[in-house]
Write a protein that binds this ligand. Structure first.
Ligand code: ADP
Ligand code: MG
Ligand code: MG
Length: 900
């Protein structure tokens, strides 16, 4: 097995598939080398070696030694330097990198190959002893911490003490002798702690570093990151060994990180930070505050121009925004990394649309670049514009750098563990740190927002938070944080753990207390992109809405009708006049407690006007779009009080004895309500409920028609399991409706259909379609009944079934993403059989799944007519429906190509 590849081995080969084996970093370095960009020489050990390492009890494959040795020989030849040479040593970095970017989660060791002799050679050869010893102390510190595992703080403490002695804060002010002494101190410390001498054999150092990188694949922070980011299916990390280039050689050297476009706004500006006389990790760690690229432009125009050229080349090559690392050594530019840059959701839209307009990518590709989460996160709140700014100003604690826009309100915690603990209790928290380190990802993930005292837009906190679209303010230097006392001070104020603060990620401001937030204004490019999606998709997108308000919201989000209007919610609440909600509740409760049909009809007659008014409101809001209204579904016991106090209250109000009420409630009790007296079964027992509801729907529709509002009511019978059942209820529905229509003299079309939410209904769909004009898949119940899983009880074990590190039985939570293998089969069968009977049968979905991108794809594939989801998920469904078409096209094209 070939495990090692030099960067320059890839002439004429396609890049994409490389990342899986070389890791993103290795592939990027090979690719930049291939297209002629200035990259230091080096080689990559593939992820297959890491895979082997873990599959064989942490042993490296036998052939690796020889292969690395050979690649190193080639590297030495190419650079004209030798590892450990006492006169002119080759130094290398040993870098991690998997196929999916995991910023800062794994280890990298710089300046490998230094010992007491080599450092002297390096000093003489470069005529720069300060630099040589700076590199040496960095190496010893990094190696001790990363490879051997000595606590970083102990080493950093020594560095701080030394700087205090020298009365300087700045690394660049430290002379060679002081660095040399520090190395001695480090080594003594190393000896004391480990009983060993610091390894000074360069090839031994190299192997130590390589293994440390492999180990870092399974470090807790890396495992946590993969868990929260749901990264699976990777082989492991690759290891790239790269000739060191030095940004710490003096004023004409430095190191930087940049994005080819602004990662927060997506604007086509070159965005980045540059630190003079520094080595790589200094920028990211936020040790010194870097300068902006424009300043670097002034400082070294030639190098800047070259960098600008690289920016263009790489964007054109990768056809996406790139995140770059570079180093300048004595005025020469070296590229050290390129990867697809993480961006805020707003930037994702802008970059996709801009690149399509620039002709860099197609519209289809632009659509493919937006993820469901990007849309979700666009709707993250911002501070209300009508908040009193002067008052707010008086509560300002500090102002930092805005790393990710949006706003967040939460209670302050100072450690990631506490963040997780508090959030686990349902608290909203803001994680405040001096700087976040990769160990903090778990806590960062659960926090509403993140605030750090140091670091810039390219710091780890910023990069990680950006990937999640999570509000993040960094570099808030006024903050004086005390972890011991669990408090921070700023602007003369003290904020303690548990106090509320508000972050404004748009301008980096931090306020005391809770500030009111609202939904943000959507960027122009959002509308453009979704319009493109609408032009491509075949599936209709409707919404689940029970109120006129929700309906209007959904229309704004692009819904083309209502796929599920649940009538029972109207029994609980009057959305137009909330103070009148009690009237409705009383009427339905009276209906349920009623002893005979007579009394029931009386109570229902009181409900009728409420329902009618609600439907009018919804028809108005939908203005000509179809509205599917589901008749009563939940079991009746859900509507009556269960505690004696409220039962007494009810008895008094409707004028019956408490015993009557209590007895009725007792009667309604069911051992398994989910499979009990609910859905259309209620209307088989109490046809008068159906009659009242149909009357309300049809009368509302007629009134709207009279007012010239277009209406398309679709009456939906829930939980059907048999043709005969549907025939009885559908028949009753039509009788009531036709009679009212006839009397009114208005022409009104309507449809009567059913939900398919029981396996039996799917299996008998051909028969049911004889009497049902449309199907709507209720995949929540269908999932429960097909899998025998109760959604309300599955929380105890389902996570284990989904977690790939536990049982991993299902690829995803079947209540979130449709279980294609099982439930999906019932869906397919139902559609096929239904359309055999009624070729034009309209089919939709109205379960939770209608707003899940993966499930929407499935709905497209099985030939549904529309999906229906909650108003906020409508844009996600629109996008996913378009992506489904694009994928289908691509698959067809590929199949055709294969045939040929
Ligand atoms: P990470 O994935 O954490 O960014 P990297 O492997 O990219 O880790 O390295 C950490 C830092 O060291 C980066 O800033 C990088 O640019 C720098 N670096 C890595 N290799 C070299 C090298 N050969 N010469 C100079 N700097 C390097
Ligand atoms: Mg890097
Ligand atoms: Mg249902």
């Amino acid at each position: 097995m070939k495990y090692v590849f030099s960067f320059d081995e890839w002439k004429g080969k396609k890049p994409k598939d490389l990342a899986h084996q070389l890791g993103g970093k290795g592939a990027g370095l090979a690719e930049m080398t291939r297209i002629g960009l200035p990259v230091p020489a080096g080689f990559t050990i593939t992820t297959l070696a890491c895979d082997y390492y873990y599959k064989h009890g942490r042993k490296l494959p036998k052939e690796l030694k020889g292969q690395v040795h050979a690649a190193l020989g080639k590297l030495e030849k190419k650079t004209g330097k030798k590892l450990g040479d006492p006169h002119d040593p080759l130094l290398v970095s040993v870098r991690s990198g998997s196929a999916r970017s995991m910023p800062g989660m794994m280890e990298t060791i710089l300046n490998v190959g230094l010992n007491d002799q080599a450092v002297e050679g390096l000093a003489k050869k470069t005529g720069n002893a300060r630099f040589a010893y700076d590199a040496y102390r960095r190496f010893v510190q990094m190696y001790s911490a990363v490879v051997i595992g000595l606590p970083k703080e102990e080493l950093e403490e020594k560095l701080r003490a030394m700087k205090t002695r020298l009365k300087t804060k700045d690394d660049t002010q430290v002379p060679a002798e002081a660095w040399r002494d520090l190395v001695k101190e480090y080594k003594a410390h190393f000896h004391k702690k480990t009983g060993m001498h610091f390894p000074d054999d360069p090839e031994g150092q190299l192997w130590g570093a390589i293994e440390a990188v492999f180990r870092s694949w399974m470090a807790e922070k890396a495992v946590t990151y993969r868990r929260v980011e749901k990264i699976t299916g990777l082989l492991g990390t690759a290891v790239s060994v790269v000739q060191m280039v030095f940004g710490n050689k003096g004023e004409n050297s430095g190191t930087g990180v940049c994005f080819t476009r602004d990662p927060s706004t997506g604007g086509k500006e070159f965005y980045g930070d540059y630190l003079v006389n520094a080595q790589g990790e200094d920028v990211v760690a936020g040790i010194r505050t870097p300068m902006h690229l424009d300043e670097m432009h002034k400082l070294m125009p030639k190098v800047y121009a070259q960098l600008e050229g690289v920016r263009r080349t790489l964007e054109e090559h990768y056809r996406d925004m790139q995140d770059l690392e570079f180093t300048v050594e004595d005025g020469r530019l070296y590229m050290l990394q390129t990867r697809t840059g993480k961006r805020t959701p707003a930037a994702a839209f802008k970059i996709a649309v801009d690149m399509a307009k620039e002709g860099l990518i197609t519209k289809e590709e632009a659509l493919g670049r937006i993820k469901a989460e990007d849309i979700e996160r666009l709707f993250y709140p911002v501070i209300r514009s009508d908040v009193n700014r002067a008052e707010l100003g008086s509560r300002q604690l500090a102002i930092g750098i805005s790393a990710v826009p949006g706003a967040a309100v939460g209670r302050v915690v100072f450690t990631a563990e506490e963040a997780e603990e508090w959030a686990g209790r349902g608290e909203k928290v803001i994680l405040v740190r001096r700087e976040t380190s990769p160990e903090d990802v778990g806590g960062m993930f659960v926090a509403q927002g993140i605030l750090t005292a140091t670091g810039g837009k390219t710091s780890h906190a910023a990069v990680v938070a950006r990937g999640w679209g999570k509000c993040c303010v960094v570099g808030c230097e006024q903050l004086d944080i005390s972890y011991e006392e669990k408090l921070m001070q700023s602007n003369g104020r003290v904020v303690r753990q548990g106090d509320w603060i508000t972050l404004d990620g748009n301008d980096g401001a931090v306020f005391e207390g809770q500030v009111q937030l609202v939904m943000p204004e959507l960027p122009e490019t959002y509308y453009t992109l979704l319009k493109w999606a609408d032009g491509i998709r075949r599936l209709g997108v409707r919404t689940n809405a029970d109120t006129p308000q929700d309906s209007r919201k959904a229309i704004q989000m692009g819904a083309e009708g209502i796929g599920l209007c649940r009538t029972e919610h109207m029994f609980f609440k009057d959305f137009e006049q909330p103070e009148k909600s009690a009237d409705r509740q009383l009427a339905i409760q009276e209906m349920i407690v009623a002893q005979d049909r007579e009394a029931r009809l009386k109570a229902l007659a009181r409900l009728l006007p409420f329902q009618r008014r609600d439907f009018i409101g919804i028809f108005e809001a939908m203005n000509g779009f179809p509205v599917t209204i589901r008749l009563i579904d939940p079991p009746l016991h859900e509507f009556v009080p269960h505690d004696p106090e409220r039962q007494k209250d009810l008895a008094e109000k409707i004028g019956v004895s408490v015993e009557t009420v209590a007895r009725r409630v007792e009667q309604l009790h069911e051992a398994n309500p989910m499979l009990g007296h609910r859905g259309c079964r209620l209307c088989i027992t109490y046809p008068e409920i159906l009659e009242m509801q149909v009357r309300a729907i049809i009368e509302a529709a007629i009134e709207c028609k009279k007012r010239k509002i277009k209406v398309l009511p679709e009456i939906m019978i829930p939980l059907t399991l048999d043709r005969k059942e549907m025939e009885i209820l559908g028949g009753a529905t039509r009788r009531v409706a036709d009679e009212i229509i006839k009397k009114s003299g208005v022409k009104l079309e309507y449809a009567v259909g059913t939900m398919i939410e029981l396996p039996r209904a799917a299996l008998l769909a051909d028969q049911i379609a004889e009497v049902a004009e449309f199907f709507s898949y209720g995949t929540n119940d269908l999932t429960q009944t097909c899998m025998g899983l109760s959604r309300d009880d599955a929380g105890r074990f389902l996570p284990d079934y989904v977690d790939p590190n536990k049982a991993g039985v299902f690829p995803a939570d079947p209540f979130q993403t449709i279980d294609e293998a099982g439930v999906g089969q019932l869906v397919r069968i139902g559609i096929e059989k239904g359309r055999k009977t009624r070729p034009k049968l309209k089919v939709g979905i109205c379960g939770e799944h209608g707003g899940d991108a993966t499930s929407v794809r499935f709905c497209h594939q099985v030939g549904m007519d529309y999906v229906s989801c909650s108003p906020f998920r409508v844009p996600i469904a629109r996008l996913a429906a378009a992506q489904a078409v694009i994928e289908e096209k691509a698959a067809k094209k590929k199949a055709k190509g294969n045939k040929r």
